[in-house]
Ligand binder design. Sequence first.
Ligand SMILES: Nc1ncnc2c1ncn2[C@@H]1O[C@H](COP(=O)(O)OP(=O)(O)O)[C@@H](O)[C@H]1O
Ligand SMILES: [Mg+2]
Length: 606
Amino acid sequence: MPSLRAPWRPRRRPPTEPNRRFALGERAVADLVAPAAIAESRAQIAIDANAARILALTDYPRHVSPNWIGRLIDFDEPLDLSLHLEPLDSGDVVRSLTHRMVELQSSRMLDAKGGRIASVEREVAYEDVERLRDALERGDERVFSTGLYLGLHGRTTGELDDAAARIEGVLGGMMAGARPALYEMLPGLLSCLPAGQDHLRRRRNLDTSSVATMIPFGSSHLAVARGLLYGENVHNHSLVIFDPFSADQENANKVVFAKSGAGKSYACKVEALRALLLGIEYLVIDPEDEYGRICEAVGGQMIRLSGTSAHHINPFDLPATTDDEGRDPLAERVLALQGLLALMLAEPGASLGPRERGALDAALYETYRDAGITEERATHGRPPPVLGDLLAVLRASDEPYGLADRLARYVGGSLGHVFSERTSASLDRPFVVFNIRDLEEELRPVATYLIADHVWREVTRDPRPRVLLIDEAWSLMRYPEGARFLGEMARRARKRWLGVTTVTQDVQDFLGSAAGHTVLANSSVQLLMRQDSSTVGIVEETFGLSRGEREFLLGCSKGEGLFLARGNHIALRVEASPLEHALSTTSPEFLATLSNPETNSGVDAP
Ligand SMILES: Nc1ncnc2c1ncn2[C@@H]1O[C@H](COP(=O)(O)OP(=O)(O)O)[C@@H](O)[C@H]1O
Ligand SMILES: [Mg+2]
């Protein structure tokens, strides 16, 4: 047993007789704070009139959320909580893990030889050991010898029993367990003093990630010097500040999952308003027609795409500014137009044949030539042609594939309108909304392509920090083109200083699709808001949530959620200022007060 020298009694040199007599009359700090007497017994230690009992944590919970120890800290009786951490040498640990792996492997081989079925537990153990060993070798993790002791206080044995029973209840609720340090109450007490000495040495080996979950507040705290305020930490009220474009993030993409009405769009709008202040620009695909007020307030551009609206995007537009790199903007445009036309003219799910494409290629160049635009850069500033001009060229060329007839409905007929006129919107504002609520179902794939094409043209032309916000993304992803668009965007965004935010309530469908997987795999940040029982399972599994986090997502209120970034899981609440709220809410009651000056909410029109 280690020496039990009490830390409050400094060792002195043997005093001479006169000094000793003098010292008897001296008073040291220790004399003032030390108890008059302590008496150690089997399961408690009496300190003056009080008693203490020391418990050591012996069973650690299998599933933990950050700061699970907080439940002990919040225990409503005085409690000493003492956490001892001692890093172990990774080399030694790797050696003993390797040894363990050899043992497991040989019993595996024995079983195989004897024709016995592999034991599941052993397979899991083997994987665990292997994973830990790899992490240690890479230096991602370390192993800590960890001791956690609880000091309970009471006046009587009865009180101590009572407190011990209740703390065991709390621990039991977390699937953990503690035992009293029987016959070792004094070493236990010393281990609970803020002296950093562990005399009990009831240790468990834990890796860094597990230890991190025990540091109170530590891992549930996320704040950087420069960034966006995402909300307030529900547990400790610290601010969650995060820079989506920070260099140590793999990408600036984000997914937002929650059931309808949980506050997804609201959170994104509040974020957008704050991001704009930092000079981050926004492109929004808005299928619900709810970004209009923000757009107006920040001087953005709203582009309504529908068969009857006045807004058009002309796919023939050439990039406004030309950059070097020896690229051929006209050829790139013709390629993009080929993609669009394939969507318009081919049978659903099919593509155009090589002859048809050849004919289109010639017709496209001719259409540009008729407008005076050639490979010559100087001609690119001239007014571009429109889809109608292409139709005229096709008709004149009497191609045998009936391309002209198929194109006609996009030029004249009811579908025409949207794509067959000069671009009527200025697309270089810091906030551009593509409102597709009223867009005919039939036109959505084409419109998606067009928007994607436009966004990509913008981000390649002039890289700036931008966010492409796709609200209710599933309404796009149902179409193969939409899914492809989104997957591509998420994969390639980082190089173009673009962050793609994907919002959806159709978690199941989203995660079931290949494009959804691509988007998720390329998203550094996830915001999970309220779920219901039908979606919580898949969310829990996909994001490796703890039981506590699962319960939180089932029970949290509007505007609350889990923010997952950089390995942190933070329960946060989105809080908006009155002005932000006025611009972001879709609550009909609130909107009624806005339009009625008598009951104006007091928020000045921005
Ligand atoms: N953090 C919040 N604070 C206050 N109200 C909120 C908050 N989040 C959502 N709401 C209210 O709930 C409504 C629905 O939220 P919304 O973001 O549109 O849900 P959805 O998840 O379906 O996009 C909003 O119009 C707003 O009034
Ligand atoms: Mg919404």
